[in-house]
Ligand binder design. Structure first.
Ligand code: KG4
Ligand code: ZN
Length: 395
């Protein structure tokens, strides 16, 4: 008898992909944090994706009074909302369940009470309609999200920057990613949220801080620069968070606050672009899938290598612009998902699910919800950035 969770089936077991129709229509479900979302996405044979519907119910108001997401409130709200959100997504797509080829649900990482709601709902649909279930890693959803806006070929260099994660990854395809660097403490979005809270702004803090920063002078405050002596691609935001939160106590006027917000945004943008710059420079000197995307020596151009930024923080315009400039400097093409697909949504889960289904990678019906689930399990096991416990990056 085995004790504890058996995660073996989430990696995806191969099924017969040859019996699948040419285009795949998949219902996606997302409930890993404070958004209850459902979406129907169609994946064509040429790899292009069409979003037939994307419904997102945000719980922001439920958590606003607490200044952050309360897991128990989130899970209850997902239970209350999921039926209606899925019904709307199916109605807006104009489809019945018989038109679906599969159902994909986020199975982690995230707040496990919420993940269980979406995954349980997905299992019920799969069983009732005899559809394949695809358990999707939420981070893999973010990783493919740029493909919702336009066709994007693999491989690409990805900066995944959200409320719970900050990672640089080489993405060679679905389920085939290598982590190049990750945060050793907080995620960038978490720093935005905590500093915004110290400045008396609402939750989520990122968008509120960006708005305030627009009228500020970022050069007035000097903030610490993390991990300066290191040559790797890891991130750290806890020193910045502490310093900025202390400075927030000294702000007297609205202008003081705006100046601090601008300095914080600049500091986060600078750290993200410095690490991305390092990763791009590494590719120039290594024989990798991304470096090989450079123009062919015989003149047969395969296009420049691609840098993609995804996740909630990618909605920040200053950060996008700074990263775009860094990419241009290194000869990389730059891409970010459409704004609506930067923050949590189910279209990215449906697309990741459809891509998995195309490869014949479906999940067992007893797949477990996972609070932690690194995208690159090998790097997470061989080079952990933190010891197990409550603190540290979630994956
Ligand atoms: O990807 P996401 O919706 O959820 C996670 O998977 O974590 O990211 C949410 C994070 C929050 O920390 C939020 O403050 C941040 O993304 N965010 C922003 C902006 N919009 C969302 N941060 C900075 N500027 C923004 N405009
Ligand atoms: Zn997310």
């Amino acid at each position: 008898m085995s004790i504890g969770a058996d995660y073996s089936s989430e990696a995806g077991r191969a099924t017969d992909a040859t019996s699948l129709p040419a285009q795949l229509t998949v219902l996606g479900l997302e409930t890993s944090c404070d958004e209850t979302a459902a979406s129907v996405v169609r994946l064509a044979t040429d790899g292009s994706a069409t979003v037939l519907s994307s419904v997102v119910h945000s719980q922001t108001e439920d958590h606003a009074a607490f200044g952050g997401v309360v897991p128990e409130i989130a899970a209850r709200s997902h239970v209350e909302m999921i039926d209606g959100v899925v019904r709307r997504a199916m109605a807006e797509a104009g489809l019945g369940y018989e038109a679906l080829d599969g159902v994909a649900a986020t199975a982690g990482p995230g707040l496990v009470g919420g993940v269980m709601v979406g995954l349980g709902f997905g299992k019920a649909v799969a069983l009732a309609r005899d559809l394949p279930l695809i358990a999707v890693n939420h981070l893999e959803g973010h990783a493919v999200s740029a493909r919702l806006g336009q066709p994007v070929d693999y491989p690409f260099l990805l900066l995944l920057v959200s409320g719970g994660h900050c990672q640089l990854l080489e993405v060679r395809g679905i389920g085939d990613m290598t982590r190049l660097g990750t945060t050793i403490d907080d995620a960038a979005g978490e720093a935005f949220d905590k500093i915004a809270k110290a400045l008396g702004l609402g939750y989520p803090g990122g968008p509120a801080l960006e708005k305030l920063a627009a009228s500020g002078d970022g050069s007035r405050f000097d903030l610490p620069r993390a991990l300066l002596g290191r040559k790797d691609c890891d991130f750290s935001f806890s020193g910045l968070k502490t310093a900025a939160s202390r400075l927030a106590q000294t702000c007297e006027t609205q202008q003081d606050k705006a100046d601090l917000a601008a300095a914080v945004q600049t500091a986060i943008a600078r750290q993200l672009s410095e690490r991305a710059d390092r990763a791009m420079k590494d590719y120039a000197t290594h024989d990798s899938a991304i470096a090989l995307k450079q123009p062919h020596p015989a003149g047969e151009a395969s296009g420049p290598p691609l840098f993609v930024v995804a996740g909630g923080v990618a909605a920040n315009k200053t950060i996008r612009a700074t990263l775009e400039a860094t990419a241009a400097k290194n000869g990389f093409a730059f891409l970010a998902p459409p704004m609506a697909y930067c923050t949590d949504n189910a279209a990215m889960i449906a697309l990741a699910g459809a891509e998995r289904l195309r490869l014949g990678l479906v999940s067992d019906i007893d797949t477990a919800a996972r609070p932690r689930w690194p995208l690159d399990e090998h790097s997470a096991l061989t080079a952990p950035t933190h010891a197990p416990g409550r603190k540290g990056a979630k994956a």
